[in-house]
Design a protein around this ligand. Structure first.
Ligand code: EPU
Length: 432
């Protein structure tokens, strides 16, 4: 299995471009199941999770493939051709690879009145149940049975169409909001989602749905309204930039005391991170589509609490903890979205970080270089995407060599991270 070897201590400088957003591309690719025809996407990141999604779409009877970038104007173009599906079952072998596969439930149920989807099971960052997804489908009139590890869903009405309803999520859920939003586009009548997730990826999905002919309004706020339509048509769309990748690259610049500009991003999507970096002492310039962090080697500890958008994203918590592990002072990091998202803590401690993990709260006593303190390189391993990213960031400043094992996780969510970091001056190599 591939690993990443990093020689720490090199300051990153220069510009780097953000790729398309994984967490936007995944629901949008699943939304293609709602409409027959040729769906064309650009700015799709080349990631393992996209390959897994394509595999699942193909297993249902779609064609899903990359367009040859040489023959086309833009790179990273992806096509999904949808005809009447030949299967309405998302098999365990495919769903277990990627939890987001549950997002095929809403579209299949809405379009065909039935769907069988494997239960995804727990994962490294928490139990991550799908009860809210299922309750939402039931609210729209679906009957749900759990049998042999599968969700068996059907619409009992002769019309096979779901019925619009008011749904109040008792907890904010990104995937639940996406599944419901997709299901409601073809339902009879109006659906209102209260306490909807407000993430930029929700907005991106709503925009693609509307480009297919859906009638979704209120996206980006906590109340989304969907007026069901009888039919949708395949469309063309550019995936938004990945705010989590952009944030990770900005922190990479910050942690090495470098001068890094992250381009092709939407800075406004990262307000919470930028606020915290400024509070820590960094000067950050924001452009229309870029962010620049200025050199600072004497930044101070700040506290963060993760929460749904627009508050501090859980997907940047691990990376921010790496930064705080070399800040001056003590930082309290609270994780409120997932119950087990501190797997990076013990690995950061292997690099010498001084952290006390409690349940969902970690106290990080920084080891700033200007006080003669530092992290030291070591072999480490992570079982989750963002945890792996945090270890890479820590490796950039640790003395000596850090080897991050099992970078399979990194490849699920970061497009050529090592190439982007190398371009900025990092000594990082992929090795077998
Ligand atoms: N939850 C439930 N029941 C449900 C659904 C969610 O209890 O039916 C709980 C979860 O267990 C969690 C909380 O609600 O404690 C929020 O989960 P949410 O549904 O919002 O997360 P998700 O849709 O499973 C997406 C991203 C995650 C990101 C979270 C939170 C995708 C494909 N994944 O997951 O991204 O952390 O939202 O922002 O969009 C990542 O990219 O590394 C990643 C994990």
């Amino acid at each position: 299995m591939d690993k990443m070897a990093i020689k720490g201590g090199f300051t990153l400088n220069g510009s780097v471009a953000t790729s398309g957003a994984k967490n936007s591309a995944l629901p949008i690719l699943f939304s293609t199941l709602l409409a027959e025809g040729e769906h064309q996407f650009s700015n799709v990141p080349r990631l393992k999770d996209i390959d897994s999604t394509a595999e699942l779409l193909r297993s249902l009877g779609c064609e899903a493939y990359w367009k040859n970038s040489k023959e086309n104007s833009g790179p990273n173009e992806f096509v999904v051709k949808v005809e009447k599906l030949k299967s309405l079952e998302a098999h365990y072998d495919l769903v277990r690879k990627m939890r987001a596969s549950i997002l095929c439930l809403g579209p299949m149920l809405a379009k065909y009145g039935e769907a069988v989807v494997s239960l995804p099971g727990g994962c490294a960052i928490g139990t991550r149940p799908i009860d809210l997804h299922l309750d939402a489908m039931k609210a729209l009139g679906a009957e749900i049975e759990l049998k042999d590890g599968y969700v068996i869903a059907r619409v009992p009405q002769a019309s096979k169409r779901l019925k619009g309803a008011n749904v109040l999520f008792e907890k904010t859920t990104v995937g639940g909001t996406e599944n419901l939003m997709m299901a409601a586009t073809l339902a009879e009548g109006v659906t209102t989602i209260e306490n909807a997730a407000k993430e930029p990826e929700i907005v991106d999905l709503a925009r693609y749905l509307n480009s297919m002919g859906a009638k979704v309004t209120g996206y980006g706020t906590s109340v989304i309204r969907i007026e069901g339509v009888a039919k949708l048509a395949a469309s063309k769309y550019e995936i938004l930039p990945d705010r989590i990748e952009a944030g990770t690259l900005l922190i990479a610049g910050a942690i090495t005391g470098g001068d890094v500009t992250v381009e092709k991003c939407n800075p406004h999507d990262l307000d919470a991170l930028v606020t915290k970096l400024r509070e820590s002492g960094f000067k950050i310039d924001l452009g229309a589509n870029s962010m620049r962090v200025h050199p600072n080697t004497k930044f101070v500890a700040v506290d963060i609490t993760t929460a749904p958008h627009p508050l501090f994203p859980t997907d940047l918590q691990a990376q921010f903890m790496a930064l705080m592990s070399v800040a001056e002072g003590t930082s309290v990091i609270s994780e409120t979205v997932f119950e087990n998202r501190f797997m990076h803590v013990t690995e950061l401690m292997r690099l010498g970080a001084d952290i006390t993990p409690k349940t969902q709260v970690a106290v990080v006593r920084g080891k700033p270089m200007h006080q003669g303190k530092f992290l030291t390189g070591a072999p480490v391993m992570a079982t989750d995407l963002r945890a792996s990213a945090s270890l890479v960031l820590a490796g950039l400043v640790a003395h000596g060599e850090t080897v991050v094992n099992r970078i399979y996780h990194l490849d699920r969510g970061y497009e050529q991270l090592e190439v982007k970091l190398q371009k900025l001056g990092a000594q990082i190599q992929r090795a077998n």
